[in-house]
Design a protein around this ligand. Structure first.
Ligand code: BES
Ligand code: MN
Ligand code: ZN
Length: 492
């Protein structure tokens, strides 16, 4: 999908479909201008109440000036936000996707509150995220008609800002879609080695990013026995991927850790076969971290980032770890593996401990860690745990902008007793199965020491079984935009 800006009179615009946004309780100058060309049709549709521009409602009209006009509701002016706008763009793109057109144009609405570069970024972002199709193994457009060209129609005085926002939106959208691709690829393709190659390709294309891949022997040297334990049941080689982005002038250093289980069968504590195929997305945290690093570099954020990805499969075999096995993690703490399906916290234990080497101002980890967070928060809220209360308002501020919702979760101290083992320092599941997301987070906490740290449990949000305006089914890429927005403003 390609984007262009049109800043000449709208009469000169050539498009197969023009999108005109409309507020429920106000008629914008842009709407009036379009309506003048359409002979007052919009006004008639409004006054006859044939079209009420409620949020997300659309109405297609045919006309001789533009072959098609898609009216798209924005709802009430007081409720308007970037997220509302992304949602409306998503609705419009979906409608247009069902039409036999290859190009369309959006008449950019102007509001008093939101600058035009933010508006055009949101539009471009939402268009790309809505139009996303995973089509590596199957033709997603059997009719061959695909939306190729999107024009943003803006006034001359706004053209510069609109163009800048559009460029950012393109970078953001394409990177989030790349994260989705990794989550959607099946586990026979997206192996630990494939993740490592993806990281190498990112670094090759970007001279501000460096990569290092630790192979089995290096991982052994690092004494990451928890990671090795999880991988010992699999024939795929484990990898520990290190990505570094240097963009710092005065900014801080942040470590990003991503769970990279490329398939989670549960191991000997095997999962039920129902929905087990979805466990190919258990590397969503890894994909998120790679997406953040690439995007941060393309956006030239003044910050240093290190991405750490423990990557392995979790499978049962004659070599696999067994319930009751005890391993010594890189930190020196011993872990009784009571349940081999609680493997995420094992590989993260070693990665979080490794992160401390960098003396980061903050560690952020992204992990599809617990089914319990899906039960608690569903598919649209990220469970966020932090060992510093003051991180939450900043995270919530970022979430408000990007529309990726977070919910603060507690690192309940009283529950620490549940992960103490009779035979080792820690056990990898709680003595009670209640509050497992908290037990898992408390387990991770044992390995971050005193470093400021946020843990994002993305098990619910990383995969969608229902559609939302700019989120098709499958891997969602949720968390990338949130982290970037947060990191943009993060100071030590
Ligand atoms: N990868 C899963 C968590 C998960 C569940 C992600 C559903 C996405 C959707 C994790 O490794 C796991 O298996 N967790 C177990 C922990 C339990 C054994 C304590 C779980 O949540 O059932
Ligand atoms: Mn598991
Ligand atoms: Zn898992």
């Amino acid at each position: 999908m390609q984007f262009t800006i049109h800043n000449r009179p709208i009469e000169e615009l050539q498009t197969q479909a023009l999108v005109v946004f409309a507020f429920e309780d106000r008629t914008t100058a842009e709407e009036k201008r379009a309506d003048a060309l359409l002979g007052g049709q919009i006004k008639k549709l409004r006054s006859s109440k044939d079209f009420l521009p409620r949020f997300g409602r659309t109405r297609l009209i045919f006309h001789s000036v533009f072959p098609r006009v898609l009216l798209t509701g924005l709802g009430k002016q007081k409720d308007f936000s970037l997220e509302v706008f992304r949602g409306a763009v998503g609705r419009a793109i979906n409608e247009i996707g069902n039409l036999p057109v290859k190009n369309c144009a959006f008449l950019m609405p102007k509001t008093a509150r939101i600058p035009m570069d933010e508006m055009s970024q949101a539009l471009t972002e939402a268009a790309l995220l809505t139009d996303y199709k995973f089509s590596y193994y199957k033709d997603a457009d059997p009719d061959g008609i695909r939306l190729e060209q999107v024009t943003l129609v803006a006034e001359k005085q706004d053209a510069k800002k609109v163009a800048a926002g559009c460029l950012t939106g393109e970078i953001v959208g394409s990177n989030v879609n790349a994260v989705r691709d990794l989550g959607n690829h099946p586990a026979n393709v997206a192996t630990p080695s494939h993740l490592a190659e993806h990281a190498l390709a990112i670094a090759k294309a970007d001279r501000n990013i460096k990569v290092k891949v630790l192979h089995r022997t290096d991982i052994k040297k690092e004494k990451m026995e928890a990671l090795l334990a999880v991988s010992q049941g699999s024939d795929e080689e484990p990898k520990f991927i290190i990505l570094e982005y240097r963009g710092r002038k005065t900014g801080p250093m942040v470590a990003l850790v991503g769970k990279g289980i490329t398939f989670d069968s549960g191991g000997i504590s095997i999962k039920p076969s129902e929905k087990m195929e979805e466990m190919k997305y258990d590397m969503a945290g890894a994909a998120t971290v790679m997406g953040i690093i690439k995007l941060a570099s393309q956006m030239k954020l003044p910050i240093d980032l290190v991405g750490l990805i423990p990557a392995t499969e979790n499978l049962p075999s004659g070599k696999a770890i067994k319930p009751g096995d005890i391993v010594r993690s890189r930190s020196g703490k011993t872990i009784e593996i009571v349940n081999t399906d609680a493997e995420g916290r094992l590989v993260l234990a070693d990665a979080l401990d490794y992160a401390k080497k960098y003396k980061p101002a903050l560690i952020m980890d992204f992990a599809t860690l617990t089914g319990a967070i899906v039960v608690a928060l569903g598919d649209d809220l990220i469970g966020a745990f932090a060992n510093r209360e003051n991180l939450f308002p900043k995270l919530e501020q970022a979430a408000k902008i990007t529309g990726e919702k977070i919910w603060p979760m507690p690192l309940e101290q009283d529950y620490e007793q549940f992960i103490k083992s009779d035979f080792a320092d820690l056990r990898n599941i709680g003595t009670t199965r209640y509050g497992d997301s908290i037990n898992a987070a408390n387990f991770l906490k044992e390995f971050v020491g005193d470093t400021p740290w946020v843990h994002f449990d993305i098990a619910g949000v990383a995969w969608a079984t229902r559609e939302k305006p700019y989120r098709p089914k499958g891997a969602t890429g949720t968390g990338v935009r949130l982290a970037i927005e947060f990191l943009k403003k993060f100071r030590k």
